[in-house]
Ligand binder design. Structure first.
Ligand SMILES: [Zn+2]
Length: 335
């Protein structure tokens, strides 16, 4: 009788299940009551009754477990309206920083310790801030070095090709001494490959004050690479040309992969180029209303992708913008 009643019970949620448990399996439940009746059973029937009761007990427990499982898996459930607050919550996936952000932050922190402040500017620029003020007049051949995304011509609006435009904006404010780094995204019309993309990230630095010399530039960058890549790294400068600096140089570091012996990364030279730099051209200072006889300064710029590829031995630059979680999740613990 108890068994048929049990099978007619409609249990669809956790609260109903608890009522079922109290009714049949609780300390004052029907099973306990039936067991209590044993004392009234005649001795010769006791064994038979005991077997029946044991069967009933296991049936009830089995049925209870089945109901519980149905509720947990949502089977037969109308709607589980009771929220069990004691259950652990669904875990939220923890995100990580993009490798470019990790390296950018590291670069910023190193220069902040030297007193550099972060300056930012617009990604859409006018001709003056991106080219002309940087000593790249309209007919200057160096403009051909950068294929530019123009948004409009006359007046010219374009996607900045470097973050040097931010330096111009800061210099125009006229506050000296000026010691800034400018991180940000820049755009160039280049064919996308493992080593080039139409957008990438730069960090540029600028220091203008009285009596700033190339020795200051060298020491600043030497400090930076030691903090960034470790004590054992070597640097070398090669003469170069940029319209906005004079003299100009490109700086190499000793190859991190082979330690200078020569490998594929350094093309067997033992050196890897990481940035361009130089003393700010007097014309650039004058363009921003500064007295170039009184003030001097140095500037440098590097691609964050390049540094990141060196640090993590990443071989394809396109990985940074493909949003492939298999790639990005490798950096997740590096919060
Ligand atoms: Zn090497």
């Amino acid at each position: 009788m108890i068994k048929s009643e049990m099978e007619n019970e409609k249990v669809t949620n956790a609260a109903g299940l608890e009522l079922f448990r109290i009714k049949y399996l609780g300390t004052k439940g029907l099973l306990k009551q039936a067991m209590g009746e044993m004392k009234n059973v005649a001795i010769e029937k006791k064994k038979e009754a005991g077997v029946l009761l044991n069967d009933l007990k296991s049936d009830l427990e089995q049925y209870f477990n089945q109901l519980q499982e149905n509720i947990n898996t949502g089977k037969n459930a109308e709607k589980i309206s009771v929220i069990d607050v004691s259950l652990p919550g669904d875990p939220l996936p923890l995100g990580g920083r993009h490798p470019i952000s990790l390296v950018q932050n590291k670069i910023i922190h190193i220069f902040q310790r030297l007193g550099f402040a972060v300056a930012e500017g617009p990604e859409i620029e006018d001709d003056w801030h991106n080219f002309t003020a940087l000593n790249l007049p309209e007919d200057h051949p160096a403009r051909d070095m950068q294929d530019t995304f123009f948004i409009s011509k006359n007046p010219d609006w374009l996607l900045r090709t470097h973050t040097s435009s931010v330096q111009i904006r800061e210099m125009e404010k006229g506050k000296l001494p000026l010691r800034i780094i400018c991180p940000g995204r820049v755009y160039r019309n280049e064919t996308i490959s493992a080593r080039a993309h139409c957008f990438f990230n730069q960090v540029e630095g600028l220091y203008i004050a009285e009596n700033v010399s190339f020795a200051d530039l060298k020491q600043t960058l030497y400090f930076f690479v030691k903090e960034m890549f470790g004590e054992r790294v070597q640097i070398r400068f090669r003469p170069s040309y940029f319209p906005f600096t004079e003299p100009s140089a490109e700086m190499d570091i000793s190859c991190l992969i082979c330690g200078g012996k020569g490998c594929n990364v350094c093309k067997k030279t033992g050196w890897v180029e990481i940035l361009g730099c130089g003393m700010v051209h007097p014309q650039v200072l004058e363009n921003c209303g500064m007295d170039s006889r009184k003030y001097t300064g140095f500037a440098f710029g590097m691609g964050i992708e390049r540094i990141t590829m060196l640090l993590y031995e990443i071989k394809d630059l396109r990985l940074f913008s493909e949003n492939d979680l298999r790639f990005l999740q490798q950096f997740a613990p590096a919060l």
